[in-house]
Write a new protein. Sequence first.
Length: 470
Amino acid sequence: MTPDQGTLSKTLRNDLSPTTDAIQAQDNAHHLHPFTVHHELRDQNPRVISKAKGVYLWDSDGNRIIDGMAGLWCTQVGYGVEELADIASDAIKSLSYYNTFFQTTTPAVAALSELVASKTPADLNQIFFASSGSEANDTTIKFINYYWNLKGQPQKKAIIAREKAYHGTTIGAASLTGLPFMHDIFDLPLPGIHHIGPTPHYFEYGEDGESEEEFAGRCAQALEDKILELGAENVAAFIGEPVMGAGGLMTPPKGYWQKIEAICRKYDVLLWSDEVICGFGRTGSWFGCQTYGYTPDIITMAKGMSSGYVPISAVALNEEIASTIVEADSEMAHGFTYSGHPVCSSVALRNIQLLEEWDLVGERGKKTSEHFQKRLSELADHPLVGQTRGIGMLGALELVKEKGTKERFDPEGHAGATCRTHCFNTGVVMRAVGDTMFLSPPLVISEDEIDEMFDLIKTSLDLTHQSLNG
Ligand SMILES: Cc1ncc(COP(=O)(O)O)c(C=O)c1O
């Protein structure tokens, strides 16, 4: 080994404890980050997160931060669970890699398929694996096309999504996403993908005098109108997140999903639930569709499936779609090198078992999330907060200028960014989209940790109030 290689391997093992400045210099010199204005980041330097345990992160200067976002909505069981480390280590030692392409399988992926199918609702029992939510969603677009081709309806290809939806960043998933800033610079969306509004978010789009149910009816009517405009014979599927996540943590208005499901059934349009955030206990059930009482034809999932320890995602198909594909004579010419990766499958399998054993989607999860929702709703009294909303272990706060109104600070997004910075400096991670602040903590968080988190958030809101009004 050359001296340089020796230094590098030591650095990777963290033995050298490089200084924050050194890490930032390396990062600024070579690392292109997701969703970033790069020159701004390089001027201000990235924060360096160097370790994590349970619900806490530590930065490279030793500051402890409670992670109110479970990473990116994913670390259901918390950080640093040794058992998952041991499972990964054992899996690497026994079968570090093998593919599932050439009429082969592995014990881990077979067991994971069975376990996932036991959690999905109704007859969504056939599971295809990928590595990210975006890959699962791009895969699903292809499966939908394949299904309607096999059914002799090759014209039935339009997919309807919603304004402000977030479905990922690969070319199909980004097209499904309803955020124009993710389309314009990349010449998206792909043809055949349509977005409807209003976004089902009563606080923002409900009209004066309109009840929540009436608003839900207006949102569902927009779907029916779009189907009729395109011709039902041309509409393949409707995709929605049970709770819209990255576009603004928007819980659906009452009765919304029942109305959407009825319209999909009426026009033979496949109902696709993107559960990349909501899956694996985030809303209080294994899947968000169970919380909201609808039965999709397709579910996509990722994140909480492995608590973010390893990259893995999946598509669950119902029997009608799956059997059409299974019985087809054509080869389903789709798959990834890492579809059903044995190490990722082993970790995901144990992670889901831990969710069961720790009762995070059962009584314990229910009790913790009730406490979380209670502490969240108490923030509604804060002078900056126009609304709080949430379900399960998801929560949002709307920052407004005038309490009792929906008037925002100018420019929009400034209050949110200010609050996020105060949160981080105070010791809690909250995410901001515009002037909406989100929470999605690890499901394993304790009631004491929830109290600590909300005390820090209250302090951060006070500081934000001072900054904005001072
Ligand atoms: C609902 C939803 N779908 C898809 C994705 C994309 O997942 P990934 O970032 O793993 O590609 C995300 C990511 O946050 C998501 O929230």
